[in-house]
Design a protein around this ligand. Structure first.
Ligand code: ATP
Ligand code: MG
Ligand code: MG
Ligand code: MG
Length: 436
């Protein structure tokens, strides 16, 4: 992408209505644009990050055995009347009428729809276990949409739904997702602490929220410091190993971690004082085991072994894909702008041409750009060097390849690492090797 032709509109001024760093930076770096309260258009750089986050989520869901489907955003109200949640959900649900006066809604989540879908295919216990997920836009008419994509009204969520024969099976499915979540967030370079959580309107009794520690987070949290230092996701336990996974899960959850809603002062007092951490965090994922709440209400019954009937045990597992883009910036930025982790960066590098029009400089930049292809943005604009540096820092490319007449004459690129500020002079080949 050549910056002279790109749609990457950066802002110099700080937007007045943005209260937190990630929101300000998403607007300033040209990642998103608000189109209505809590509703955003994703611009090229933002969309590339969103897609990369989505892809990591997808790969870890697939690796844990979940299968991707795509359910629609618009749902019929009847489904929600069956489960009893049509009235319970209240004003957060966006209700719509079609031209035939049929009641519809923009889905805030998909338990009902997936239960209905599964019911139309599953016949017997041999169709269990299954875990189905999709990555789809949701709508919740939040009372106070704020902090940009962190609390939007329309937002992208990954939601998975497991169906099992019995409680033991459902617990295994729950733990599979638990591990998949730790791996997902770790691949993005985030420390997400699994905390005992309230199940809320989804119902059920076993639930964890995955929380990224950040002062600007909306949840109050209490946790043992071991969560800050242990590489839980580094385990090589397989998600198919029932006993191994149970041991792993019990190990991780043995230390104290709870949101304020679930905080237990007696258990907290038992945590050694020097390991007690209290703060705020951002909920990026939430998993639930809720048993037969939806399967029973919606008549999902299957033939069990030897003439019995079974009502599948279910769980649901959400990740806030679009919220994660904001959370990633909260965790990776400085005064000058974003510092994208390599795993989610929109482009690995920006090539800064310090003297457009200088034959040797242009030639070297073009050469590097041709070789990096879609991994790089080429700042070929006839702007001042200072403006190029500022934009590169703001947009947060992990690498800046800086080329001017002096370097071009010597066959050298100055490579700057955005995260550390470190600079090295390298040949074109060595620079490419580092960037890749
Ligand atoms: P919150 O407590 O922040 O309102 P929630 O508990 O209502 O979130 P869940 O129903 O658990 O959300 O949905 C799963 C995930 O979807 C959440 O963990 C979060 O990452 C994401 N999410 C929920 N609401 C929003 C929103 N308004 N904007 C962006 N992401 C959201
Ligand atoms: Mg909510
Ligand atoms: Mg919540
Ligand atoms: Mg939640």
């Amino acid at each position: 992408m050549r910056l002279s032709r790109a749609f990457l509109p950066t802002l110099k001024e700080t937007p007045a209505d943005a209260q937190i760093a990630s929101h300000r930076l998403m607007l300033r770096a040209g990642l998103i644009r608000q189109t209505s309260a809590g509703i955003y258009a994703w611009l090229p750089a933002g969309l590339r990050v969103l897609r990369r986050v989505e892809q990591i989520v997808r790969e870890e869901q697939d690796r844990a055995g979940a299968q991707e489907i795509l359910m629609p955003t618009i749902q019929p109200a009847e489904l929600w009347k069956e489960s009893g949640r049509y009235d319970d959900y209240g004003k957060e649900m966006l209700r719509i009428r079609d031209r035939h006066e049929r009641e519809m809604l923009f889905g805030p989540t998909n338990e009902e729809m997936v239960t209905e879908l599964f019911k139309s295919f599953a016949r017997s216990y041999r169709d269990l276990p299954r875990n189905l997920y999709h990555i789809q836009w949701k709508f919740r008419d939040e009372v106070r949409p704020r902090f940009g994509v962190m609390r939007g009204r329309e937002f992208l969520m990954k939601d998975a739904y497991s169906f099992d024969i019995d409680q033991a099976g459902a617990q295994h499915s729950y733990r599979q997702m638990f591990l998949a979540y730790l791996r997902t967030f770790q691949r993005m370079g985030l420390t997400a602490v699994p905390m005992r959580a309230d199940t809320g309107p989804i119902g059920g009794n076993l639930s964890h929220e995955f929380i990224i520690l950040a002062e600007t987070g909306e949840s109050g949290v209490f946790y043992d410091a071991t969560y800050e230092t242990t590489d839980w996701a580094g385990t090589d336990v397989s998600t198919d190993d029932v006993t191994g996974l149970e041991g792993f899960f019990n190990g991780v959850t043995a230390s104290y971690a709870a949101t304020d809603e679930m905080h237990d002062t007696a258990a907290w007092a038992a945590v050694p004082e020097d390991r007690r951490r209290e703060g705020r965090g951002i909920e990026v994922g939430h998993i639930f085991y809720f048993g037969t709440k939806y399967s029973a209400a919606m008549g999902l019954t299957l033939a069990g072994p030897e003439g019995t009937t079974i009502v599948p045990e279910m769980g649901s597992y959400g990740i806030g894909v679009s919220r994660l883009v904001g959370a990633l910036i909260e965790a990776n930025h400085d005064e000058a702008g974003i510092k994208w982790p390599d795993a989610v960066a929109p482009w690995a590098a920006v090539i800064l041409n310090l003297r457009p029009g200088d034959v040797a400089t242009d030639a070297m930049c073009e050469d590097l750009y041709a070789r990096l292809g879609d991994d790089a943005v080429y700042d070929d604009r006839s702007a001042r060097a200072g403006e190029k540096f500022a934009d590169a820092d703001l947009m947060g490319f992990p690498w800046q390849a800086i080329i001017g007449p002096r370097g071009a004459a010597a066959g050298k690129v100055e490579l700057k690492r955005r995260a550390t500020g470190e600079r090295v002079e390298l040949s074109l080949d060595d620079a490419i090797a580092k960037i890749r």
